[in-house]
Design a binder for this molecule. Sequence first.
Ligand code: SF4
Length: 446
Amino acid sequence: MAAVRTLAPGLPPGRLEQEFTEHAPLLTAAEAAAEANRCLYCHDAPCTAACPTKIDVPRFIGKIATGNLAGSARTILEANLLGYSCARVCPVEVLCVGACVYNDWAQRPIAIGRLQRFATEGVIGSGRTVLAAKPRRKGRVALVGGGPASLACAGTLALEGVEAVVYERARWGGGLNTAGIAPYKMPAADALREVAFIESLGVRLETGVDVGEDLPVERLFADFDAIFLGIGLGGDSRLRVPGEEGPGVVGATALIERVKHDPTLRFAPSTRAVVVGGGNTAIDAARELAKLGASVTIVYRRRREQMPGYDHEMRQALDEGVHLLLERAPVVVVRRDRQLVALRVARAEDGRPVAGTETEVPADLVVVSIGQARLASFVARFPGVELDGRSRIVVDPATGRTGNPRVYAGGDAVNGGKEVVNAVADGQTAARAMLAAIGAAPAQGA
Ligand code: SF4
């Protein structure tokens, strides 16, 4: 193999993310038992139906109620190998918890995500075995990108005894789980514990490997039976307005990654931040800055009901002091002696700025969260893999197979940017299809 295994270094101390408190801390044993005993164990389990990975919710809750935590974790992980991070980052309000029958009676729904975390907390990264891999058998799969889609795919393959090697360009595995989740939901260290759990299933993770540069794509085709592309999205899109170049303007995912990883990042307490965008990443960035003491305004070019971010997240942001400026589009980043002083915005109609309506929002920091670029030129290195009109990889949704029968794909690169649980579902679907293609029958329920 051309690549050299690079052990990921530990996270440095003194990172800003360590200053956040969890918004949903780990339940105590007594709290978990009381909550589990509220579950009605519904026969039709709408909570399970609402889960993209179809975790058997009443079954794992029932095992918590009887004190069988290892069994509960097994139930979760057999359906979703990243059940630990999904417990912490899933928008449960619009998935399992939103489907709980208690909502129909105007009563508090079961805290499914928090119970799921409680069940898996003691297993992830602990070295305890709740899933056993089959003996090694034929088949080798390379996975490009070390995020949730690849990890779920690789773990499923490894459990069936198929060799799975994940190549990650960054220093740490986990993709957005490690670099992009708001710290009050899940810190990077916990994401890395989950990466270690996936490695414990027999997956080999090679970090610091840039496929296409350090490791030619041709080598992947020569050395492996199949390839999975879990490459996510590219860098933050730019505003493309005058004044954008220079200090004080940063992409939202780049900012969040620095909050989580970079011990040198600090903000003055009086920082005035403007976040441009209306998606979940924009809301996350705004909430993080507000919790760090900044005065934060979200600027969005359409109406509140048109914001692509979750309404419950936006309501929490408003409760935390974030201001919301709707139907405004940025037109100029205003600088004085190169120093950022404001974002000039115009009233927007149908998302477009109207001339002669400009006002200025004072700013020391502008955070751009209007989407991420696609990795079209990278995908072009894989013959037969096609993109749609929005530069998303085209796959057969039943198998994750691309136009090249040896190449599969899943996660954000395919869906354009959804939840971790969707990426996990994609990765597991592709793994099952690969197992069939290389003649290794999948395990029951895998
Ligand atoms: Fe339990 Fe609610 Fe699911 Fe019913 S819908 S099984 S009460 S979590």
